[in-house]
Design a protein around this ligand. Structure first.
Ligand SMILES: [Zn+2]
Ligand SMILES: [Zn+2]
Length: 267
């Protein structure tokens, strides 16, 4: 019997984007078909402690990037009884616009980020348009402000945040991408975020085409599987199948919030 806490995990969907499968795999897809992408933030909690993984983007950002915005991530947190103003710890998987926006929220929280990601998002890699286009300058400036006001917590490689909760650097998609490993009643769940956008990326070893380092990305799939209790314990960052596989905590949350610390419905 493990003495580690069993965390609850929720995926909160806040937006979507209709696209073709050729846009989701390096080198395209011979069997091109509609393959939409969902956008999530995640809530991890135990007793009164709540952790938020990623912060999503705003309606304005959605408009400028042509994404279909559904609701503010804060609405999902409130539906689960969490006040964003009271959250003390936010974990940022990486600093792309869809994971690191809504900077008006979480004003009291410390932000946990890999040191490499901050270097990447503020260094010479950003001189290249193809590297910087998934970043939004105001998000980066907000993170710099946190550094200067004691609200940034830097991590290197693998580090425990609390018993049963740890970050792990995988890189690949961005230089400092980290995944989150969470102990639950069903074992170790890994929230992969953009280490694997879809189940198909990691299952078939076919990278998503926004890449910093291809080999790191391929190794990252292995790392996620290694850290998780089974393949069913790795949760991709953008796959609509997550909504279909996992149960909603309450009927009125059907279609936008699911619980990931319980087994998938299809298991
Ligand atoms: Zn990303
Ligand atoms: Zn993303």
């Amino acid at each position: 019997m493990s003495s580690l806490p069993n965390y609850e995990i929720y995926a909160i969907k806040y937006a979507e984007h209709h696209r073709m499968s050729r846009d989701n795999f390096l080198g395209g897809d011979a069997h091109d078909r509609p393959m939409p992408l969902d956008y999530f933030v995640w809530l991890i909690r135990h007793d009164r402690q709540a952790w938020v993984l990623d912060t999503g983007f705003s309606p304005e950002e959605a408009k400028s990037r042509g994404r279909d915005f559904k609701r503010c991530p804060a609405e999902g947190l409130r539906a689960l009884g969490v006040d964003p103003d009271a959250v003390t710890d936010v974990i940022i998987s990486h600093m792309h616009y869809d994971h690191c926006g809504n900077n008006h929220l979480f004003q009291k929280a410390k932000y946990h980020i890999q040191e490499k990601e901050m270097q990447f998002a503020t260094g010479r890699c950003m001189c290249h348009r193809s590297m910087r286009y998934p970043f939004t300058l105001s998000d980066i400036l907000s993170m710099v402000e946190r550094v200067h006001t004691d609200r940034a917590v830097f991590h290197n490689d693998s580090e425990d945040l609390a018993p049963g909760l740890s970050v792990h650097h995988v890189g690949g998609h961005t230089a400092g991408l980290q995944v989150l490993r969470v102990h639950t009643a069903r074992g170790w769940v890994v929230l992969a975020s953009d280490a694997s956008h879809f189940y198909a990326n990691m299952e078939n070893q076919r990278p998503f085409p926004i890449i910093y380092n291809t080999v790191e990305m391929l190794e990252g799939y292995k790392t996620c599987y290694k850290l998780a209790s089974s393949v069913d314990h790795v949760i991709p960052g953008h796959d609509p199948l997550v909504m279909a596989k996992y149960p909603s905590p309450r009927p009125e949350l059907e279609g936008w919030i699911v619980r990931l610390d319980v087994p998938p419905k299809s298991a």
